[in-house]
Design a protein around this ligand. Structure first.
Ligand SMILES: *[C@@H]1O[C@H](CO)[C@@H](O)[C@H](O)[C@H]1NC(C)=O
Ligand SMILES: *[C@@H]1O[C@H](CO)[C@@H](O)[C@H](O)[C@H]1NC(C)=O
Ligand SMILES: *[C@@H]1O[C@H](CO)[C@@H](O)[C@H](O)[C@H]1NC(C)=O
Ligand SMILES: *[C@@H]1O[C@H](CO)[C@@H](O)[C@H](O)[C@H]1NC(C)=O
Ligand SMILES: *[C@@H]1O[C@H](CO)[C@@H](O)[C@H](O)[C@H]1NC(C)=O
Ligand SMILES: *[C@@H]1O[C@H](CO)[C@@H](O)[C@H](O)[C@H]1NC(C)=O
Ligand SMILES: *[C@@H]1O[C@H](CO)[C@@H](O)[C@H](O)[C@H]1NC(C)=O
Ligand SMILES: *[C@@H]1O[C@H](CO)[C@@H](O)[C@H](O)[C@H]1NC(C)=O
Ligand SMILES: *[C@@H]1O[C@H](CO)[C@@H](O)[C@H](O)[C@H]1NC(C)=O
Length: 502
């Protein structure tokens, strides 16, 4: 009798040990402190563009004045009506079981004039209520300070090409820290500097569509990075001690795979990853007849000031490309352009599946990118602040479900190799206004019926899948990987029965 009890205890102990090792080795499970969430941005979901004293943003301006620049001539005037549907959206977030919700503040809803001298009461109440509801429901708030909707009045002074915007932005950030900081878990100063500057100032692919490639885009980047650093230091020096949030910046990066193993292609792909163009743009500036580089030079004091001003590496990732060197030298006479500075070509591998012309499914690209960031930037904490898939489907979005499953698997693979990923954010909570693509591309876990007065929200299959992932903190349906756990359980049952029998 006692003998079999000791045996039972012994077997249980061994089982426990084996099991805990198996769980640790089983990379299909995310660590306990890993955070899952979904993301949106104000202009893409709120609607109510001219309600209760909201000011005009560059996206209001562009969509109203140049509607033909949007594929379906649409705009964010109404969008998902999230301004009126906070309770409904919150119910969805609760039901999905997210750890956090990433959303952005509409600068002109809070500060209609762009400046911090006047705070719009309605905007204040709206974001206060959202933050209070999130807190009450134990959902952490990840707040993007700037997600592209610059006040139009500031654009009329040059926007990000005018260095006087730095202090205006920092004033805006200060208002947010003051008003909302007690309930914010993570601040993101800027969403995607590259897209803001390169696409908004260097091309016509985003507002304000300045289309001044190779000059305005660089000046924008110079001012934006200094504004970021200044907001970081303000937070770090004044608010951090009491509010204790993390603060950082988020970049969007693809993985660039060399087209061949030739040195030129490897370098081209690496250049695409690094945007390391100081040398190239200096050289081209001279060839093009400029007396100095078009690329603004940071002073060593500025470099010191900017260094270390992100608590994490914020990463938005969607797809991969193949990078290759150009088979010819671009003549200086062609003129000035960011693309000429970049001096390479890239393309998609035709074997990569997709429902759009750009968002190709390449899960191993994310794995390689995460390991690249680990190596290149001294193993920072990585927050995946966006990852998602575009299609034109309705509710049976198997492609999105598979995309998230495989990219989560890639994330776990990179973590097993030492990448310090702490956060995964599915872009996006619900279908919304997809910038120049209007409403033609859907990214949501939740479907929006744009025909319905209520903008009816309906779960897609991917929403149910992600709900499961959020709850179990593991990717389900992985035969070989959950195998370890199943073996453990079966062994436990068999040994239990066996020891009871003897
Ligand atoms: C707000 O914009 C809508 C178009 O989206 C327009 O119909 C309405 O008249 C505007 N309201 C005000 C108060 O300007
Ligand atoms: C830059 O902004 C300042 C302050 O708003 C303004 O006085 C100045 O005219 C702007 N410069 C340009 C070139 O627009
Ligand atoms: C932007 O510049 C390109 C090339 O210079 C040109 O083809 C395009 O029409 C311009 N877009 C706008 C909106 O002016
Ligand atoms: C661009 O790349 C080619 C090789 O593809 C190289 O010969 C050329 O010097 C580069 N141009 C500049 C301006 O760096
Ligand atoms: C370069 O400098 C020379 C002499 O100072 C001047 O004449 C010329 O206009 C300048 N070129 C440009 C493109 O600024
Ligand atoms: C943030 O503040 C802490 C405490 O004052 C300081 O040690 C740290 O160097 C600051 N971080 C940066 C990047 O300046
Ligand atoms: C495209 O991908 C396939 C399969 O991964 C690979 O065999 C092929 O070499 C790639 N094509 C190019 C042009 O790199
Ligand atoms: C997950 O990644 C591992 C390692 O690369 C791979 O063997 C496995 O097939 C992947 N699972 C799925 C479902 O893609
Ligand atoms: C729209 O939503 C409101 C409030 O959620 C509800 O009372 C109303 O019945 C809905 N209308 C339709 C047509 O579904």
């Amino acid at each position: 009798m006692f003998g079999s009890l000791y045996l039972l205890l012994f077997v249980l102990l061994v089982e426990l040990l084996w099991w805990s090792i198996a769980i640790q080795l089983n990379p299909s499970r995310f660590p306990r402190d890993f955070l899952f969430g979904t993301a949106t941005s104000a202009y893409q979901i709120e609607g109510a563009w001219n309600v209760s004293g909201k000011g005009e943003s560059i996206w209001d301006h562009l969509t109203h004045n140049y509607p033909s620049m949007i594929i379906d001539q649409s705009n964010g005037d109404v969008a998902c009506k999230s301004y009126y549907k906070m309770d409904e959206d919150l119910e969805i977030l609760k039901d999905l079981g997210v750890d956090f919700y990433r959303f952005s503040i509409s600068w002109t809803r809070l500060l209609p004039t762009g400046y911090s001298t006047y705070i719009n009461e309605d905007g204040l109440q709206y974001y206060n209520r959202l933050l209070n509801l999130l807190k009450r429901n134990n959902i952490k708030a990840m707040v993007t300070i700037y997600h592209w909707d610059l006040p139009q009045v500031l654009q009329e002074h040059g926007g990000w090409t005018n260095s006087s915007i730095i202090d205006v932005y920092v004033d805006y950030a200060r208002v947010l820290f003051e008003l909302f900081g007690d309930r914010v878990h993570t601040w993101i100063t800027f969403n995607e500097p590259y897209q803001i500057c390169r696409e908004g100032y260097g091309s016509d692919r985003k507002a304000p569509a300045l289309n001044n490639s190779g000059i305005s885009d660089y000046i924008c980047g110079y001012n934006l990075l200094r504004a970021h650093a200044k907001a970081f230091h303000l937070y770090n020096n004044t608010y951090r001690r009491v509010q204790k949030a993390k603060i950082g910046i988020t970049v969007q990066a693809p993985w660039a795979e060399p087209a061949t193993s030739r040195e030129g292609d490897v370098q081209a792909a690496n250049r695409l990853m690094q945007f390391r163009m100081v040398y190239a743009s200096n050289l081209r500036s001279a060839l093009e007849g400029y007396n100095s580089s078009r690329l603004p030079q940071f002073t060593s004091k500025e470099i010191e000031y900017i260094k270390g001003t992100s608590d994490f590496f914020g990463l938005n990732h969607y797809t991969s490309v193949m990078g290759a060197e150009l088979p010819f030298v671009i003549p200086a006479a062609l003129g000035t352009s960011f693309a000429y500075d970049l001096n390479l070509t890239y393309f998609y591998n035709t074997s990569w599946p997709s429902d759009t012309d750009w968002l190709k499914v390449v899960p191993w690209g994310l794995e390689k990118l995460l390991l690249f960031i680990k190596e290149e930037y001294d193993n920072p904490d990585i927050y995946i602040t966006e990852n998602g898939y575009a299609d034109r489907e309705t509710l049976n979005d198997y492609a999105r479900l598979t995309y998230h499953r495989d990219y989560l698997n890639a994330t776990l693979n990179a973590m097993a190799q030492g990448a310090s990923v702490k956060v995964y954010t599915a872009w996006t909570l619900m279908d919304n206004f997809e910038w120049m693509a209007g409403y033609t591309e859907r990214f949501g876990l939740v479907h929006i019926d744009y025909e319905s007065e209520n903008r009816t929200r309906t779960y897609k299959r991917s929403a149910y899948f992600m709900k499961h992932v959020f709850k179990r903190r593991r990717i389900t349906g992985f035969g070989s990987r959950s195998g370890k756990l199943k073996t453990g359980v079966s062994c436990l049952i068999v040994t239990l029965l066996f020891s009871l029998w003897i």
